[in-house]
Design a protein around this ligand. Structure first.
Ligand code: 15L
Length: 267
């Protein structure tokens, strides 16, 4: 069942642009959002430029959408003002817009491994593990997951929060042998999230079928998502390109890696 209109926020970003290119079959119309830099609209596309912090603009943008892939927002650690505008106010604006909209969109929230980044790499996590954010960015992702949970319990809005690991063309360091998610596996996960009759409000770890994984997705088996790729095929290449980090290096100790060693970004 094809959606009428699917909104992709952050459609000029790393993952948003992959979604723009590869999710066209899910809806008659893709509505694409960013603050700038989306180029020309293709025949099935609508472009909406606005800041996620602009409440009225976000409400107008969300109206009429049956699905939202929320890749927009601040995607790494930054000053609080930046995080707050995009990931706190922006999330609130998006969920208020969804609540008020005539279509009750199903939402995919690009959460992050940095919501749980201070867990050790020797820990094994599932959807019930406590959050351990590794910076203000990670805290904002925990907020986003909590907001999604509340809008589900109170208003029935369904959200899949994907704690995305490292979604890039290839894993490029030893940590990413555990955290990597291929674009193909991400696209298939998104397809499954929109295909299931009932979604609820799950937490999903966004990683491929990596032998070195720390994360257990058994609670979302009902999605029928079976990641196909594995970071293991890149291990020899990474070993040839660099030494593994020392055992006491944050990138070898914590799931969130270097984010755990970063300070608070001040003005
Ligand atoms: C993230 O949350 C970032 O958006 C991405 O740029 C990577 O740093 C990723 O986490 C990661 O942990 O590899």
């Amino acid at each position: 069942t094809k959606m009428n209109r699917l909104l992709i926020t952050g459609a000029n970003g790393g993952l948003g642009s992959v979604c723009r290119d590869r999710l066209g079959h899910l809806a008659t119309t893709l509505r694409l959002n960013a603050r700038k830099g989306l180029g020309d609209a293709r025949p099935n596309e609508e472009i909406v430029y606005c800041d996620l912090g602009d409440k009225a603009a976000v409400e107008a943008m969300v109206e009429g959408c049956d699905g939202i892939v929320h890749m927009g927002g601040q995607s790494v650690e930054a000053k609080w003002d930046t995080i707050r505008n995009a990931n706190i106010d922006g999330m609130f604006n998006l969920y208020e817009a969804a609540r008020k909209s005539s279509t009750q969109p199903r939402i995919i929230f690009a959460s992050s491994n940095h919501a749980i980044g201070f867990h050790k790499q020797s820990d094994r996590l599932d959807a019930r593990s406590v959050t351990r954010p590794d910076g203000l960015y990670g805290v904002s992702k925990v907020f986003g997951e909590a907001l999604a949970s509340m809008y589900h319990d109170k208003f029935g809005i369904e959200t899949a929060s994907i704690r995305i690991g490292s979604c890039f063309p290839e894993p490029v360091n030893h940590r990413m042998l555990s955290t990597w998610m291929s674009y193909d596996d991400m696209v298939q996960l998104i397809e499954r999230i929109f295909a299931v009759p009932r979604l609820g409000c799950p937490i999903i770890y966004g990683a491929s079928a990596n032998a070195a994984s720390w994360w257990d997705n058994r609670e979302v088996a009902y999605l029928g998502w079976q990641p196909k790729d594995s970071s293991e095929v890149f291990r020899a290449k990474i070993d040839a390109e660099m030494d593994p980090p020392p055992a006491d290096d944050p990138t070898a100790v914590y799931q969130g890696g270097a984010f755990c060693a970063d300070g608070i970004h001040e003005d």
